[in-house]
Ligand binder design. Structure first.
Ligand code: FUC
Length: 732
């Protein structure tokens, strides 16, 4: 299996374009500068805590007033702004740990040639290489998960060629002390509530190492290794003076098996694959195809997840684990009205299910209990709730403004747990990890929803995430956020009730609540088609101020939900109209929104439109290092698009496993293969196609099972025995 390399030919001039490495808790962005190297560092818990918790007294009574207005068909935005303004909270920002700066002294007075900056995505190793005069310089960096340590080496092919001076910077007060070969950095988060410490150990081979108490100077070394540990509110261990090569070997043995599990391999041209990414993006922008870039992007999406969400780490935030600021864009927080969920869309299908476990720990250990308090105090409901954003301190209340009055964040997160179970049905996981959160979330909605006059259950006051609709009052048209039962609420809650009932059917834990849930499900509204043939976003067919809005919330039942599928052709058609309208008004203009559209077109079996969206993503929302840009950098687009690239080749959300459900028809996509993609039911699939037709596939199952495999128009029944590979040959 060949190594997949993300190749650049320039130093990063901005943080956003640097090279990411990470091991879940720690992250680094490497600029790869020849004269000055900057290594920006992160530790996942350096996060400012907002301490002014809102007193929820009276919230519930005021909310009732707003709800009544909505039930009377009135616009409730203005009174809600007035009545509820005191109750909107906020969270602090995830923060940078600061930057190690290395001033590099080259003795050769010659130009730099043959510069390259790479990430070997398979091994998880970043590198820089260049030639200066007669000397070839190499830098190697990685984040060791087994050691929870960052490692960086500068070396050259001639003795004594490495000289540098190292100092540490942060855009806020820090204490730096250098003693012997170790630099210790101490600082506080912006709220001053949390302290953090980094230890940087310098090991020079040959030459001299001196310190003035703050900086390190190394002269004429053969190589220099730097090892970094970091921790918040506690001391990190001092890095051992490791053998770099042994540490590297251990890291590759740890990292690469995950990366080797799965891949997409559209047939591509070797000389185009070898180009630096900026040149490939430029070619694309000129209208050339580059299916090989999809292979790379998919792998990079897996690399980023494995590097930012692992073991006992926190889940990937808006920027994974990478952030160069004290006050990051959107606080680099956990946005739960699409972004955090999208971060995990590829985890199962792209064969990194372990990387989803940090999300589940976060839900159970950080969100569940605080969400119960908010459910009780704000809504007088049982169960647990999360609104549209959160942090690492269990924030679960409404935030920001009227668009923060949206109670569905936790319910949507339940889908990740449920999908994890569907992909690998493990009753123990369901009982211990998924069920406690899903049950509590369901309980909230059983209490929260109220019947309207017709006996239909309604959610709200709520919003269709961040979108508004027009209402006319006294002849004046205004945009309103608040409503009852926007389609997304309906879809998320319907799916939640279904998954909860399915959990009870496996576990049989709470017959009374199962009955309540089944009764509630029977009273939920369905989906409606509007005057233009579109799927309606609200209960009424409103005009919209922003018809190209980035959120496509009402498409939820198509993806990531599954209620709209080939068995509901009218609703599929309605969504076709919806997407066309969104796009004709400039939709898909943020990276994550574009990534969602690729998934939606894949689920509509419109491979050509999916390919157009991929091209749009590459052209408008992809930085030179393949980071997704909102703008600015936001990691959800990387993850959501990786999921979509798999979804075009393999789907399993209905009762069949579908091969190549949305392969684009252009010549560039007609030949290729994939390996290690996962289908629901504990199945792993490899497949190859030629001239657009599947020629072979291999299926493996975790347990004995029967698969209905859809290949073209045929459905084939395949019996699989646990852990036995079954090869199917479909002829040339
Ligand atoms: C949601 C989106 C924004 C942005 C933010 C972090 O609120 O509407 O576009 O992605 O999250």
């Amino acid at each position: 299996m060949k190594h997949t390399v993300l190749h650049l030919d320039n130093e990063a001039t901005t943080w956003e374009n640097a090279t990411p490495v990470g091991c879940g808790k720690l992250g680094a962005m490497l600029y790869g500068g020849v004269e000055r190297e900057i290594i920006q560092l992160n530790e996942e818990k350096i996060w400012a805590e907002r301490t002014n918790r809102i007193d929820p007294t009276e919230f519930c009574a005021r909310l009732d007033t707003i709800r009544k207005l909505l039930h009377q068909g009135k616009n409730a935005d203005a009174p809600a702004k007035e009545l509820l303004a005191p109750y909107f909270g906020g969270v602090g920002s995830y923060e940078t740990a600061g930057e190690l700066h290395l001033d590099i002294f080259h003795s050769e007075n010659a130009p730099t040639t043959d510069y390259r900056r790479d990430i070997d995505l398979t091994d998880g190793v970043a590198s820089v290489a260049y030639t200066r005069g007669e000397v070839h310089h190499t830098r190697t960096a990685f984040a060791s998960y087994p050691q929870q340590m960052l490692a960086y080496r500068l070396s050259a092919d001639q003795h004594g060629a490495i000289s540098l001076r190292a100092h540490y910077e942060r855009q806020s007060e820090i204490t730096v002390t250098a003693q012997g070969d170790t630099m210790t950095v101490q600082g506080k988060t912006a709220c001053s509530k949390h302290t953090f410490t980094l230890k940087l150990r310098f090991v020079a081979d040959g030459g001299t190492l001196t310190t003035d108490g703050k900086t390190m100077t190394i002269t004429a070394a053969d190589s220099v290794c730097i090892y970094v540990t970091a921790a918040t509110d506690t001391e990190p261990p001092t890095p051992d003076a490791w053998s770099f090569d042994a540490l590297l070997a251990e890291h590759i043995a740890d990292f690469s098996p995950f990366m080797r599990r799965a891949g997409i391999c559209y047939q591509s041209e070797t000389d185009i694959d070898a180009l630096p990414v900026p040149a490939r993006l430029a070619r694309l922008r000129e209208g050339h195809d580059d299916p090989g870039l999809i292979n790379l992007y998919f792998h990079f999406g897996r690399y980023l997840l494995l590097s930012s969400s692992r073991g006992s780490s926190l889940p990937a935030n808006l920027q994974g684990v990478w952030n160069g600021d004290i006050h990051a864009p959107w606080g680099s927080d956990y946005h739960t009205n699409v972004n955090l969920q999208m971060n995990y869309w590829h985890a199962e299908v792209a064969n990194l299910p372990e990387c989803a476990l940090p999300l589940f720990h976060y839900m159970n250990d950080y969100l569940l209990a605080p969400g119960q308090t908010v459910a009780r105090d704000f809504y007088h409901c049982r169960g647990t709730v999360v609104h549209h954003l959160s942090d690492i301190y269990g924030f679960a209340a409404p935030a920001d403004g009227l668009w923060g009055l949206w109670q569905l964040g936790g319910a949507w997160l339940c889908y990740a747990m449920w999908e994890h179970y569907l992909f690998s049905p493990d009753e123990d996981f369901l009982r211990r990890v998924a069920y406690p959160y899903i049950r509590e979330c369901t309980r909230f909605f059983l209490d929260f929803m109220v019947e309207d006059e017709s006996g239909t259950l309604t959610t709200g006051p709520s919003t269709s995430p961040e979108n508004t609709y027009f209402v006319t009052e006294d002849g004046v048209r205004t945009a309103a956020h608040l409503c009852l039962s926007p389609t997304m609420d309906v879809a998320v809650v319907r799916g939640l009730l279904q998954m909860y009932i399915a959990c009870e059917d496996v576990l049989g834990a709470d017959a009374a609540q199962r009955r309540e849930a089944a009764a509630a499900l029977s009273k939920m509204p369905g989906y409606q088609i509007g005057a233009r043939g579109q799927l309606m976003e609200w209960q009424q067919d409103y005009d919209e101020p922003e018809p190209g809005h980035r959120h496509i919330s009402h498409a939820f039942p198509l993806y990531p939900g599954r209620e709209i599928n080939r068995d509901t052709p009218d609703l599929m058609n309605a969504l076709r109209v919806t997407l066309r309208e969104r796009l004709s008004h400039g939709g898909g203009h943020t990276g994550w929104s574009c990534a969602w559209l690729i998934n939606l077109y894949a689920r509509l079996y419109q491979g050509d439109d999916a390919a157009d969206m991929i091209a749009k993503l590459f052209k408008n929302s992809t930085l030179d290092n393949l980071f997704d840009t909102h703008p600015p950098f936001q990691i959800d687009g990387n993850f959501g698009a990786a999921a979509a690239m798999a979804e075009m080749l393999l789907q399993s959300h209905t009762d069949t496993v579908d091969l190549l459900p949305a392969l684009p028809s252009a010549l560039a996509y007609q030949n290729g293969s994939f390996y290690g993609l996962r289908a629901r039911g504990g199945i792993t699939v490899d497949a190859a196609w030629r001239d657009g037709r599947v020629i072979s596939c291999t299926l493996r199952a975790e347990r004995d099972t029967v698969v209905k495999l859809r290949v073209g128009k045929k459905i084939i029944r395949v019996e699989l025995a646990a852990d036995e590979a079954k090869n199917l040959d479909f002829g040339k």
